[in-house]
Design a protein around this ligand. Structure first.
Ligand code: PMP
Length: 307
C-alpha cells in the first residue's frame, strides 16, 4: 500500500506517496495516542466529485484532538482544503480519505513533553467495504466476546487510534467464526455498536438506536436519523438488549465505510425476513441519493473538490 504513485498531504505539503514516511520511534506508533477520521468522496450528479459531510468530519477530528489534549497546529479550513487537494491531485473520482493527527518522534516515553503534532490527509479508491451483494442481502453478525470501551477507560467521543485495538479484536473474532461483522456490547451488556459502525433496529415501525454513551457519534448515524425524521419515522435512542435484536423486524449498521448495511442474522438467529427490510431499503436509498447528490434535498452535505 505504501509503494504506489500519488501524493499525500503531510504537514502542509503534498509529498510523493512513497516518501510520506515517519520514524520507527514515532510516539503514536508506540502508545496509540492519535486521532483520525474516515471520510468519503463520491462522484455526484450536481458536482463532479464532492466530499460527503466534510465539515462534520473535520469538526469531529478537532473535537477528538481536543479530548486527547493534542494541540492542532492547523485550522479547520486548512484541513478541509487538504482533503480537496488530495482528491484532485490524485485524480480520484470517488475516494476514501484518511486524515490522521499524531505525535512525532521528537521524544519517547509517556512523559515526553516535547512532542510535535503532525497531520496527514491521504486519499485512495476503496469502492466497497464488504462484498457488493452485502448491501442487498445483508450480513451475518456475531455478538462479540469483547466489550466496547467504557466511557472512563478511553474517551468514546474521540475517534482515537488506540481505540481500534478493541475493534480489530472483535472483528477478527467475528470473521474467524464465519460472520462478517461483530456487534459489541457495552460494559453493562447493552448493544453499543459494530467494530466500525453504529447500530439501528426497526420494530413495529419505530427505529431504535443505542444512546451515544459508549459508541462513536457517527456522522452516518446523524445523517440517517435526519433522513428518517424527514420521512416521518419515530426514532428512539434507548438501551437495546441482544434479544431485542433477535426479534427485531429489521436491523442495520451505518458508517462512512459501511454506508447503510442491512444485518440479516445475529448469533445464528435470522432477523425479520432474513434480508434487507423495507425501512432499511428506504433509508439506504435516501442515503445513496444524498451522497451522490441525486435530488437536491441536502446540497449542504456536499463539499465539491473542484477549485
Ligand atoms: N463507530 C465506530 C467505532 C467507528 O469506527 C465508526 C466509523 N468512523 C462509526 C461508528 C461510524 O461513524 P461514521 O458514520 O461517522 O463513519
Amino acid at each position: 500500500f505504501a509503494d504506489r504513485d500519488g501524493v499525500i498531504w503531510l504537514d502542509g505539503e503534498l509529498v510523493p506517496w512513497r516518501d510520506a514516511k515517519v520514524h520507527v520511534l514515532t510516539h503514536t506508533l508506540h502508545y496509540g495516542m492519535g486521532v483520525f477520521e474516515g471520510v468519503r468522496a463520491y462522484h455526484t450528479e450536481s458536482h463532479d466529485t464532492a466530499i460527503f459531510r466534510l465539515q462534520a468530519h473535520t469538526d469531529r477530528l478537532f473535537r477528538s484532538a481536543h479530548i486527547m489534549n493534542m494541540k492542532m497546529p492547523w485550522d479547520k479550513d486548512t484541513i478541509n482544503e487538504a482533503h480537496r487537494l488530495v482528491v484532485r491531485e490524485n485524480s480520484l473520482k470517488e475516494a476514501y480519505l484518511r486524515p490522521m493527527v499524531f505525535y512525532g518522534a521528537e521524544g519517547m516515553g509517556l512523559r515526553a513533553d516535547n512532542l510535535n503534532v503532525h497531520a496527514i490527509v491521504a486519499a485512495w479508491e476503496w469502492p466497497s467495504y464488504m462484498s457488493p451483494e452485502a448491501k442487498e442481502i445483508g450480513i451475518k453478525v456475531r455478538t462479540s466476546s469483547y466489550t466496547r470501551h467504557h466511557v472512563n477507560i478511553s474517551m468514546c467521543k474521540a475517534k482515537a487510534n488506540g481505540h481500534y485495538i478493541n475493534s480489530m479484536l472483535a472483528l477478527q473474532e467475528a470473521l474467524s467464526c464465519g460472520c462478517e461483522e461483530a456487534l459489541l456490547l457495552d460494559n453493562e451488556g447493552y448493544v453499543a455498536e459494530g467494530s466500525g459502525e453504529n447500530f439501528f433496529l426497526v420494530y413495529n415501525g419505530v427505529i431504535y438506536t443505542p444512546e451515544l454513551t459508549s459508541c462513536l457519534d457517527g456522522i452516518t448515524r446523524a445523517t440517517v436519523i435526519q433522513l428518517a425524521e424527514e420521512f416521518g419515522y419515530t426514532i428512539k435512542e434507548k438501551r437495546i438488549t441482544r434479544d431485542e435484536v433477535y426479534v427485531a423486524d429489521e436491523a442495520f449498521f451505518t458508517g462512512t465505510a459501511a454506508e447503510v448495511l442491512p444485518i440479516r442474522e445475529l448469533d445464528g438467529r435470522v432477523i425479520g425476513e432474513g434480508k434487507r427490510g423495507p425501512v432499511t431499503t428506504q433509508l439506504q436509498t435516501a442515503y445513496f441519493d444524498s451522497v451522490k447528490g441525486r435530488g437536491s434535498k441536502h446540497p449542504e452535505w456536499l463539499a465539491p473538490v473542484s477549485e
